[in-house]
Design a protein around this ligand. Sequence first.
Ligand SMILES: [Zn+2]
Length: 148
Amino acid sequence: MITLEEGELRATEPCEECGAPTFSARGFVYENDDAHAVYLASWSECKPRFIKLAIITGPWGDDDAGIARRKRIGLDADYTTDSPGLRVTDPSESPWDEPSSLSPPMVSRQEALSLPDIDEVFHIADHVVLDDSRIAAFLQTQPDGETD
Ligand SMILES: [Zn+2]
């Protein structure tokens, strides 16, 4: 069973194209109370129902060798259509490509799609978009499918 623990929410750099307010949130994912993943999410008020995600998978020990084995995968969650779509992205498409102490840099789309646990990454991403209350609140305030 997947559960989330919501972490920091903050206002970040406004949209590069139009200056609309942009937010980022992070949180922790547990599977049966064990550390399972970390997520990073970003959205702009000008892009209804469109969330940029990064999912970082374990191991979650704090030794350096374990950290080096973590994977950071970028995904776009597009809720502008009736059936929500998750698409794995390349680092150049993601705001979450910055180096960080949490994990090595984001893997390419091609590498992500070949990971043995990519289905679990999609599963986690579904939970993040549906269960994180900050993301849910944003999606609820947006008109359905009105992107312009
Ligand atoms: Zn914009």
